[in-house]
Write a new protein. Structure first.
Length: 165
Protein backbone atom coordinates (compact mmCIF):
# COMPACT_ATOMS: atom_id res chain seq x y z
CA UNK A 1 0.00 0.00 0.00
CA UNK A 2 2.88 2.28 0.81
CA UNK A 3 4.44 1.77 -2.56
CA UNK A 4 1.30 2.62 -4.45
CA UNK A 5 0.62 5.92 -2.68
CA UNK A 6 4.18 7.06 -2.38
CA UNK A 7 5.74 6.92 -5.83
CA UNK A 8 9.04 8.62 -5.53
CA UNK A 9 11.55 9.48 -8.17
CA UNK A 10 14.27 6.81 -8.17
CA UNK A 11 17.06 9.24 -9.11
CA UNK A 12 16.23 11.86 -6.49
CA UNK A 13 14.53 10.51 -3.37
CA UNK A 14 13.85 14.07 -2.07
CA UNK A 15 11.49 14.89 -4.94
CA UNK A 16 8.23 13.10 -4.45
CA UNK A 17 5.37 12.91 -6.82
CA UNK A 18 2.07 14.08 -5.45
CA UNK A 19 -0.66 11.59 -5.66
CA UNK A 20 -4.10 12.60 -6.89
CA UNK A 21 -6.46 13.45 -4.07
CA UNK A 22 -10.09 12.40 -4.54
CA UNK A 23 -12.80 13.66 -2.20
CA UNK A 24 -16.05 11.79 -2.13
CA UNK A 25 -18.84 14.43 -2.45
CA UNK A 26 -21.76 12.05 -1.91
CA UNK A 27 -22.19 12.73 1.85
CA UNK A 28 -22.09 16.51 1.30
CA UNK A 29 -24.75 16.31 -1.41
CA UNK A 30 -26.91 14.20 0.91
CA UNK A 31 -26.59 16.77 3.70
CA UNK A 32 -27.36 19.63 1.29
CA UNK A 33 -30.49 17.87 0.02
CA UNK A 34 -31.65 17.16 3.58
CA UNK A 35 -31.16 20.80 4.58
CA UNK A 36 -32.94 22.06 1.48
CA UNK A 37 -35.86 19.70 2.10
CA UNK A 38 -36.04 20.72 5.75
CA UNK A 39 -36.14 24.45 4.97
CA UNK A 40 -38.68 24.02 2.18
CA UNK A 41 -41.03 22.05 4.42
CA UNK A 42 -40.73 24.36 7.43
CA UNK A 43 -40.82 27.70 5.59
CA UNK A 44 -43.90 29.87 5.93
CA UNK A 45 -45.06 30.93 2.52
CA UNK A 46 -46.59 34.36 2.12
CA UNK A 47 -50.31 34.33 2.53
CA UNK A 48 -52.45 36.23 0.08
CA UNK A 49 -53.39 39.58 1.50
CA UNK A 50 -57.10 40.17 1.60
CA UNK A 51 -59.19 42.80 3.27
CA UNK A 52 -62.31 41.59 4.97
CA UNK A 53 -65.42 43.62 4.26
CA UNK A 54 -68.69 42.90 5.98
CA UNK A 55 -71.52 44.09 3.81
CA UNK A 56 -74.99 44.77 5.21
CA UNK A 57 -77.61 42.14 4.45
CA UNK A 58 -80.51 44.48 3.94
CA UNK A 59 -80.65 47.13 1.26
CA UNK A 60 -82.37 49.75 3.40
CA UNK A 61 -80.27 52.90 3.72
CA UNK A 62 -79.24 53.87 7.22
CA UNK A 63 -79.66 57.57 7.96
CA UNK A 64 -76.49 59.28 9.17
CA UNK A 65 -76.29 62.68 10.81
CA UNK A 66 -74.19 65.05 8.69
CA UNK A 67 -72.16 66.24 11.67
CA UNK A 68 -70.86 62.65 12.10
CA UNK A 69 -69.85 62.39 8.45
CA UNK A 70 -66.45 62.91 6.83
CA UNK A 71 -66.26 62.66 3.07
CA UNK A 72 -63.03 61.55 1.41
CA UNK A 73 -62.67 62.40 -2.27
CA UNK A 74 -59.97 60.74 -4.38
CA UNK A 75 -59.49 62.40 -7.76
CA UNK A 76 -58.04 60.98 -10.98
CA UNK A 77 -54.50 61.87 -9.81
CA UNK A 78 -55.12 59.90 -6.58
CA UNK A 79 -55.02 63.10 -4.51
CA UNK A 80 -57.14 63.10 -1.37
CA UNK A 81 -59.61 65.82 -0.43
CA UNK A 82 -61.73 65.93 2.72
CA UNK A 83 -64.99 67.52 3.67
CA UNK A 84 -66.18 67.47 7.28
CA UNK A 85 -69.89 67.05 7.86
CA UNK A 86 -72.17 69.55 6.21
CA UNK A 87 -69.36 72.08 5.73
CA UNK A 88 -68.96 73.40 2.22
CA UNK A 89 -65.18 73.61 2.65
CA UNK A 90 -63.17 70.90 0.92
CA UNK A 91 -59.47 70.68 1.71
CA UNK A 92 -56.60 68.92 -0.03
CA UNK A 93 -54.98 66.48 2.39
CA UNK A 94 -51.64 64.80 1.64
CA UNK A 95 -51.69 61.07 2.26
CA UNK A 96 -48.98 61.41 4.94
CA UNK A 97 -51.32 63.56 7.05
CA UNK A 98 -54.44 61.45 6.51
CA UNK A 99 -53.95 59.16 9.50
CA UNK A 100 -53.44 62.05 11.94
CA UNK A 101 -56.51 63.82 10.57
CA UNK A 102 -58.63 60.68 10.91
CA UNK A 103 -57.38 60.10 14.46
CA UNK A 104 -58.28 63.69 15.40
CA UNK A 105 -61.75 63.28 13.89
CA UNK A 106 -62.23 59.94 15.67
CA UNK A 107 -61.24 61.53 19.00
CA UNK A 108 -63.69 64.41 18.50
CA UNK A 109 -66.51 62.23 17.17
CA UNK A 110 -66.19 58.58 18.27
CA UNK A 111 -69.09 57.44 16.07
CA UNK A 112 -67.77 59.03 12.88
CA UNK A 113 -68.79 57.65 9.47
CA UNK A 114 -66.57 57.98 6.42
CA UNK A 115 -68.02 58.42 2.94
CA UNK A 116 -65.51 57.51 0.21
CA UNK A 117 -65.87 58.89 -3.30
CA UNK A 118 -63.27 57.68 -5.79
CA UNK A 119 -62.83 58.76 -9.38
CA UNK A 120 -62.84 55.80 -11.78
CA UNK A 121 -59.48 56.89 -13.18
CA UNK A 122 -57.77 56.82 -9.76
CA UNK A 123 -55.37 54.02 -8.97
CA UNK A 124 -56.80 50.97 -7.24
CA UNK A 125 -53.98 51.17 -4.71
CA UNK A 126 -55.38 54.52 -3.53
CA UNK A 127 -58.62 52.87 -2.48
CA UNK A 128 -56.73 50.11 -0.66
CA UNK A 129 -54.56 52.71 1.12
CA UNK A 130 -57.65 54.65 2.25
CA UNK A 131 -59.27 51.48 3.57
CA UNK A 132 -56.05 50.58 5.39
CA UNK A 133 -55.94 54.00 7.04
CA UNK A 134 -59.58 53.68 8.11
CA UNK A 135 -58.79 50.26 9.55
CA UNK A 136 -55.71 51.57 11.41
CA UNK A 137 -57.65 54.44 12.93
CA UNK A 138 -60.49 52.07 13.89
CA UNK A 139 -63.11 53.87 11.83
CA UNK A 140 -65.22 50.85 11.06
CA UNK A 141 -68.23 52.63 9.61
CA UNK A 142 -67.69 53.70 6.04
CA UNK A 143 -69.51 53.72 2.77
CA UNK A 144 -68.70 54.14 -0.90
CA UNK A 145 -70.57 56.61 -3.05
CA UNK A 146 -70.28 57.33 -6.76
CA UNK A 147 -67.89 60.08 -7.77
CA UNK A 148 -70.22 62.37 -9.69
CA UNK A 149 -69.62 65.09 -12.22
CA UNK A 150 -70.60 67.61 -9.54
CA UNK A 151 -67.81 66.29 -7.29
CA UNK A 152 -65.36 66.53 -10.17
CA UNK A 153 -66.30 70.19 -10.72
CA UNK A 154 -65.93 70.96 -6.98
CA UNK A 155 -62.42 69.51 -6.92
CA UNK A 156 -61.51 71.35 -10.12
CA UNK A 157 -62.64 74.63 -8.52
CA UNK A 158 -60.48 73.93 -5.47
CA UNK A 159 -57.45 73.22 -7.67
CA UNK A 160 -58.08 76.45 -9.62
CA UNK A 161 -58.27 78.50 -6.39
CA UNK A 162 -55.12 76.91 -5.03
CA UNK A 163 -53.11 77.28 -8.25
CA UNK A 164 -54.37 80.39 -10.07
CA UNK A 165 -53.05 80.86 -13.59
Amino acid sequence: METIQNKSNLKNPAIKRHTGLRIDMTPMVDVAMLLMTFFMLTAVFSKPQAMELILPKDKNPIPVSENKLVTLFIDHNSKIYTQNGNSSDIFHLPFEKLRNELINLKNRKPDIVALIKIDRRARYQSMVDILDELNCTEIDKFSFAPFTEKDKLKLEDIRQKRNPI
